[in-house]
Each structure stands twice: as C-alpha cells, then as structure tokens.
Design a protein around this ligand. Sequence first.
Ligand SMILES: [Zn+2]
Ligand SMILES: [Zn+2]
Length: 268
Amino acid sequence: MYMNLFDSHVHSDNSHDGEHSITFLCENAQQKGLMGLCITDHYELNLNTDQADICLRNSFIETGRARHAFDQRLLVLNGIEMGQAIQNLEKANALLRKYRFDFVIGSLHCDRRMDDYAYVDFSDLDAELILQHYYEDMLELCQWGQFDSLAHLTYPLRYITGKYHIQIDMKQYEELIREILRTLAQKNLGLEINTAGLRKEIGQTAPTLEYVKLFCELGGEILTFGSDAHRVQDLGAGLDTAFDMAKEAGFSYFAFYKKREPRMLKLI
Ligand SMILES: [Zn+2]
Ligand SMILES: [Zn+2]
C-alpha cells in the first residue's frame, strides 16, 4: 500500500448503516498505516429527523475526542456526508453554519420521487429515466455547490447494473455529466473517487477512469479518495486503485480537506 493515503469517506456507528465506533476505526486506520481519515457520517436532508440531529452531534463530538487522542499518530478529521441537500437547502445551510466541519461531501442517494436507490427494486422500472432525474438533480446540487467534494458520481449503477444487471448506455447522459464536472471545476470543488464498488457486484469505482479523465480535461484540479467504509474491514480499501487511477487520468495531486480547505498531496 502507498504511504500517504488518506481516507476521506468513512462511516461510524453514528450512521444508521455503520458498524464500528470512531475509536475502533481510528485504531484500525493506524494499524493499516493510513496517514489519516475523515469521519463522514450520513445526514440525509430529505429525512431530517431528530434522530439524525442527535447522530450528527455524537459523530462530531466523538471525532473531536479521537482527534486529540490520536494526535501526532493519525490525522482524524470531522466531516459529513450530506445526502440530498437540494431537497432541504434551509436545513443544509443551517448545519453548515452550526458545525465547523473539516470536510463536506455532497451526495445523492435518491431523487425527489423515490427511496434510496439501494432499496429500490429496479426490475420493472425505467432505469434510464431514473438516471436522467438523478443527473438533473446532481447538476442542481453542484450549482448550489456548498460542499467540498462530490461523492460517487455513478452511485445508482451500483444497483441498476451491479445488482439488477440492467445495462445502460451512458452516452445519453454525457452532456449532463459534462456540465456537472464543468460546474465542479469552475467552482473549484472536488470530485471523489469512491472505491466501495470494488467490493460490490459492479466491481468498479464510482466514477470510473473515463469520468476522472474528463474532469481533468475540463479543468478539475481536486480529487478526493474515499473507501466509503461502514466497518473497519473496509477502511482504506481500494485507495491504492484510486491513487493509480488519478495518476492515469492526468492528475499530479490528490486532496483531503481540513477546515474546508483542500490539502494537496503528491501522487508519487
Ligand atoms: Zn453515499
Ligand atoms: Zn458514504
């Protein structure tokens, strides 16, 4: 494994689907030789329950404690994965004012019409139309742009292609995706290489190399790497693949964020 790997997308048991405590994750990150990690527990803005507020507060406080406990040994940063911010911008902006995050991930797990794609039965649905809505919403999210890095650009494919084996011709979304990546580049926002798909049926990162290349061509400068681990076994998994992919796409640096500012690390 490379020496200076930083995992910018990690869930603890403060996420509804996370399994392990922040302390346990940090101990594991240190054992694996990561230089650091950012805890980015879920906050789904379309749900916005009291429970979500409690989990976010716990995640933030526990991460702060771990940061001190692991000082000098491991960089532990405070983040959030904001899902569907455009469905509740008022609350999203309020969270950003309330917490001093190091890093904010912008993500979409569903559109306004349906449940998280992870729980959708795509067998009898028009997957192409669902993807059209997904990318329209994603462009809107990027135009809002109050996050640092855009998560898993091709998230629904994990399920549409990976689980339901529905083949999609991505050509039809090319203009929209181009516009999404151009918007990120113009706003100097980051694009995430999410490695969770390598551990799933789809067997590939989100996005794949061609979109990382396109981001580079469109003037994008900031890439973040995230395992999207929900348990210690997956922490740091696939980051070496993301590292190689970033180099191949034409990047010389990748980034992690501290106090909402990108810290660039050389891809060597
Ligand atoms: Zn996500
Ligand atoms: Zn995640």
